[in-house]
Design a protein around this ligand. Structure first.
Ligand SMILES: Cc1cc2nc3c(=O)[nH]c(=O)nc-3n(C[C@H](O)[C@H](O)[C@H](O)COP(=O)(O)OP(=O)(O)OC[C@H]3O[C@@H](n4cnc5c(N)ncnc54)[C@H](O)[C@@H]3O)c2cc1C
Length: 387
């Protein structure tokens, strides 16, 4: 089999399908080459099976990248309102959870079916279960797969990042980028739970399943949200968010009582003792955690300086995570194809005309809450309109 198209899209995930539909609508003959048995598998497991498909507050500030300005053009060209309009055109019911996060009422499957329907209507051909052996460029791009050869003037790399290898994630996109001389920014797992060191694990991890509202920070970055104890460390939205900014070996600071004055609460108690402190903490921390915290931080005396010290410790629990749970559990991969290599309007390589990179393979990583899909849609649409 030797087939010729206008554009070949490697990877039929969120970004690849969006790009294919946009290019197909403009009359381009498009092939999506996907190695998994069906496209969009990550969409199906996203948002706990309900797909947090966008965030109505999505702004460039919600992304990490060596060049924080890079996302601006694509995000302005394809907005959350554009994707919502598509969802509404397909009569998919959805709801807002918190802070602009939009989820399907029923199932993430509906988002995938919507994208497949858009592709089908635009005449896009999808080739699932297609293992790629080689990508090269002569007069045009040539993709040699086990099932045949694909040729086109344009090649879009949409193979995603390294997170969740058992879902089909590969470093293939980075290999293609390197092959064509593009620079890769070092990759690392992001939006990922922390593993604690042995001492902290022994002290806290039997609390697995317990969660609390905290403010967590590292360097200049801070998030206020839920933290969850796990069997090996810490997770929950606040922890996942800060993990994207964490550098190995650095401490994180956790305020277990954001905005609360513990010293005042305990100082007012008629009897200053362990029970009074525990009671004060139980006003905002889960009972089991409050008890453990007081057991491990019982003041040496019941005077004002000792209570002030407990107050400080509770507002600034300093931990050095042993590491993260890695790509196996990371929601996304930070780093990737250097944005300096790409046009921010079209995602086309500056060095190699006709070669595009979109979605997670690019050095753009969103905060939790629908921003990563919005980047996939926006970068995919930008490239699709340029093909
Ligand atoms: C558990 C989980 C939940 C998530 N939930 C959300 C959420 O609710 N909201 C949100 O915004 N983000 C969420 N994300 C992140 C989001 O899924 C990604 O940011 C997004 O899917 C990236 O889109 P992409 O198209 O770049 O990559 P992907 O969607 O990963 O697609 C890449 C595609 O390329 C294929 N591929 C890989 N290598 C090859 C190869 N060598 N040959 C051919 N094909 C290949 C893959 O099989 C895949 O289909 C979640 C991630 C995970 C892991």
């Amino acid at each position: 089999m030797d087939r010729k198209f206008d554009a070949l899209i490697l990877g039929g995930g969120a970004a690849g399908l969006m790009c294919a539909a946009e290019a197909g609508k403009r009359g381009r003959r498009v092939a999506v080459i996907e190695h998994a048995d069906r496209p969009g598998k990550k969409i199906l497991i996203s948002g706990g099976g309900r797909c947090n498909f966008t965030n109505t507050h999505c702004q460039p500030e919600h992304f990490l990248s060596a060049n924080p300005h890079f996302v601006k053009s694509a995000l302005a060209r394809y907005t959350p309102a554009d994707f919502i309009a598509l969802v509404e055109k397909h009569h998919i019911p959805y709801h807002e959870k918190t802070e602009g996060q939009l989820f399907c009422d029923r199932s993430a499957e509906e988002i995938l079916k919507m994208l497949e329907a858009e592709c089908a209507a635009a005449g896009v051909q999808i080739f699932p279960g297609t293992k790629i052996n080689e990508v090269e460029r002569a007069a045009e791009f040539v993709v040699r797969a086990e099932s045949g050869v694909f040729r086109a003037q344009a090649l879009v790399v949409a193979t995603g990042g390294l997170s969740i290898p058992k879902m089909g994630a590969t470093g293939f996109g980075y290999d293609v980028a390197r092959k064509f001389g593009l620079t890769i920014r070092a990759t690392r797992p992001a939006l990922v739970p922390f593993v604690l060191g042995v001492n902290d694990r022994n002290q806290y991890c039997d609390l697995a399943g317990v969660s609390a509202e905290v403010a967590v920070s590292t360097g200049d970055h801070a998030f206020r949200d839920k933290m969850l104890f796990t069997h090996r460390g810490l997770s929950g939205p606040a922890i996942l968010q800060i993990s994207s900014y964490w550098n190995a070996g650095e401490p994180i600071r956790i305020d277990l009582a954001p905005g609360r004055d513990i010293a005042a609460a305990t100082g007012d108690a008629k009897t200053r003792n362990t029970a009074a402190v525990r009671l004060a903490l139980q006003g905002f921390l889960p009972h089991r955690f409050a008890k453990r915290w007081v057991d491990l931080h019982t003041p040496a005396a019941w005077n004002n300086p000792a209570l002030a010290a407990l107050d400080r410790q509770t507002h600034e629990w300093i931990l050095v995570p042993q590491g993260t749970e890695g790509y196996e559990k990371a929601e996304v991969t930070a780093g990737g194809v250097d944005t300096d290599e790409l046009s921010s309007k079209t995602m086309e390589s500056r060095k190699m005309p006709g070669l595009f990179f979109i979605g997670e393979v690019v050095d753009v990583t969103g905060h939790l809450g629908g921003h990563n899909f919005q980047w996939a849609w926006a970068s995919g649409a930008s490239a699709g309109r340029a093909l």
